[in-house]
Design a protein around this ligand. Sequence first.
Ligand SMILES: CC(C)(COP(=O)(O)OP(=O)(O)OC[C@H]1O[C@@H](n2cnc3c(N)ncnc32)[C@H](O)[C@@H]1OP(=O)(O)O)[C@@H](O)C(=O)NCCC(=O)NCCS
Length: 203
Amino acid sequence: MIADPRYIRKAEVGDSKSVAGLHKEAINKGFLSTLPLRFLQLLYRYLITNEIVFVYANKNEIYGYISCALQPDGLLKRFVTTHFLSATLQLFPVLFRLRTIKKILETGRATHNKSAMHVPEILSVAVSKEYRLLKIGQLLLIELENSLTHKQFTHVKVVAGKSLEAANRFYQNNGFIKVDEMIIHDDELSYVYLKKINGHAGI
Ligand SMILES: CC(C)(COP(=O)(O)OP(=O)(O)OC[C@H]1O[C@@H](n2cnc3c(N)ncnc32)[C@H](O)[C@@H]1OP(=O)(O)O)[C@@H](O)C(=O)NCCC(=O)NCCS
């Protein structure tokens, strides 16, 4: 099977739960995956409404998604300000673990630091395990790049933990160049990638 571009579409608010579920299932290394599903759902609802999220879906069955912040600087602050009460309520069971508070602060700081270049940032991309290596991830990336080009952006960046082998290969094979290294969460080394985008003729 090869991925079909017709299954790519903009995510809708009703997709938030499925996208959050896929995040938890596919990205088990990151800190966000340790947070309650309801919190992630709220976060994706925010991203779908205010930033860019594309899904690869057959009707409502979602096999992959990509999310991107147009203005990563201050993203966490904007999200918390918009959803202060509900975000706090969803986080309540884990909020008092010191480790959680520390990680939330680190995540905010990391987003802030690597935003120095003021370019859109891919926040997450994931494909269901049984549908990987079929170019679904690549189609999602192309759609995102076309959308960014349309909005007059010339570059896109992403930060990937060194240990995420598939993700690092994925970005490198898709034209991202490693421009920096940084340490976030528990001294884990992450690579900062940048790509100049030109737009694609169509998918
Ligand atoms: C990273 C991920 C989204 C890639 O999606 P995918 O649909 O399987 O990737 P594609 O089929 O579009 O692959 C595109 C390119 O990346 C490469 N690639 C993707 N996964 C790879 C892997 N596991 N090993 C080696 N190369 C890989 C492919 O070889 C392909 O390059 P090519 O065109 O030169 O052959 C998927 O592996 C995934 O969901 N991983 C878990 C979540 C994750 O780590 N997300 C990133 C952090 S936010």
